[in-house]
Design a protein around this ligand. Structure first.
Ligand code: FAD
Length: 406
């Protein structure tokens, strides 16, 4: 009998954890497992804001796939997925190749949603991979380096605009607030000349967070020089300025650096491949299978799960992606062995912690509000826990965050 072919797309939180679990659960005699990913490394997306600001080297954020995936059990293909043909059980790759599957796991993550705002795609940066984070870091540093070499000393070199006061935007301005004084020292620039501007359309940052935590976060960031423009819409993005609007009044802010962190959507490959979707995401069945294809599992940010209590979708998080990987791996094993029922996915939300730089944070964990050093420690525990789950104590010791007390 032919062994079933399991193909996993994407080595993010959902995809790589499904692979690591499966290689332990399924013998090479029982299935062929293939992992396809753009790069030969996994990266912790939740750390990218630290790389983008220049506070953490990107090598700390990435893990070579060969270090955590056993290539004698899993076939690794480094390539970019172009499309999925679910009616033919095929995946088409950028290099012209194609891969057949019996079971598929889609874990291709997210991409920026730019809501048709003119100039954003062309002129704004986004924080979504090692490559984009490294580019932002280099771009900001280059403009600081240029400033004193520029006869006009253009202010737009020192204005950094971050669009979006959600989780990613706030974590990024927190990192910038710590990084900018270092850059000022390095390039002989007065701190007062540099602006870090956060633009948010809602009346508050971190919508959905406890108001006391939001106030703490804003105070912490403002005390380190972050300016907030709340209830303000980013209307246009140009190479050297943005246009914002509040109460029907428009304002231009000169800047060479706009980082768009105000919204994500599922990887558009999902929608383009013809899966039944809800605003680009696959609303998966309780056992994480696509409603229209019983041999396709969808994990992480490509999947949509409704929270029955709030009747709203769960926000896309690494926490949920990791938990989905456990269930997807279990259910694949059940289908292949034919001896077990598939299990239902029930998210277990342990809490949320947002960093405000390396030395401050806010969060709610097991229902308890955390501020300052307690939240900072918790954030690092969460980051380290992932490394431990992914690659054991060896990976934790190599890449872990242990600078807990400042
Ligand atoms: P990802 O982890 O994004 O992985 C997708 C993988 O697919 C990547 O390896 C990518 O290279 C690969 N890929 C993409 N397209 C292709 C293709 N066409 N072909 C081949 N490979 C491809 N969540 C939290 O729970 N807590 C946090 O504190 C938190 N902080 C965040 C901070 C930032 C700056 C950002 C951007 C996000 C944060 N999130 C956080 C959200 C979290 O990162 C995502 O929900 C999570 O990464 C989703 O996991 P995933 O497995 O779906 O996709």
């Amino acid at each position: 009998m032919n062994k079933p072919k399991i193909v996993i797309l994407g080595a993010g939180y959902g995809g790589i954890m499904t692979t690591v679990k499966l290689q332990k659960m399924i013998s090479v005699n029982d299935a062929n497992i293939t992992l396809v990913n753009k790069h030969d490394y996994h990266y912790q997306t939740t750390w990218l804001h630290e790389n983008a600001a220049g506070n953490l080297h990107h090598d700390n954020t990435r893990v070579p796939i060969k270090d955590v995936v056993n290539f004698s059990k899993v076939n690794f293909v480094q390539d970019t997925v172009e499309s999925i043909k679910p009616d033919d059980n095929k995946v088409l790759l950028k290099n012209g190749g194609e891969i057949d599957y019996d079971y598929l796991v889609v874990g291709l993550g997210f991409e920026a949603a730019t809501f048709g705002i003119p100039g954003l795609i062309e002129n704004a940066f986004t924080i979504d991979s090692i490559n984009t984070a490294r580019l932002i870091r280099e771009h900001i540093e280059y403009n600081f380096a240029m400033y004193n070499n520029d006869p006009e000393k253009k202010q737009e070199r020192l204005n950094i605009v971050v669009g979006g006061g959600g989780f990613t935007g706030i974590e990024f301005v927190g990192e910038l607030a710590n990084r900018v004084p270092e850059l000022c020292k390095e390039y002989d620039i007065e701190r007062s000349k540099v602006r870090i501007i956060n633009v948010e359309a809602a009346p508050t940052v971190l919508p959905g967070f406890d108001p006391q935590l939001v106030e703490y976060a804003m105070n912490s960031l403002e005390s380190r020089g972050v300016e907030f423009k709340l209830g303000t819409f980013l209307k246009e993005c140009h190479p050297d300025k943005i246009v914002v609007e509040k109460d029907e009044k428009r304002e231009e802010i000169p800047t060479l650096t706009t980082v768009w962190a105000a919204g994500v959507r599922a990887n558009s490959i999902v929608e383009e491949s013809g899966f039944e979707n809800n605003r680009g995401k696959v609303e998966v069945k309780p056992d994480l299978r696509a409603p229209d294809y019983s041999n396709v599992f969808v994990v992480g940010d490509c999947a949509l799960i409704m929270n029955k209590e709030t009747e709203r979708p769960y926000p896309p998080t690494a926490q949920i992606a990791m938990q989905m990987a456990d269930i997807a791996a279990h259910n694949l094993k059940a289908l292949i062995s034919g001896s077990e029922e598939t299990e239902e996915f029930v998210p277990e939300i342990k809490g949320t912690v947002a960093s405000l730089g390396d030395d401050d944070a806010i969060g709610v964990v097991f229902g308890k509000k955390l501020f300052g050093w307690q939240a900072t420690v918790m954030k690092k525990v969460i980051d380290n826990r992932w490394l431990l789950k992914l690659g054991g104590i060896g990976l934790l010791l190599k890449k872990g965050k242990f600078n807990i007390f400042h």
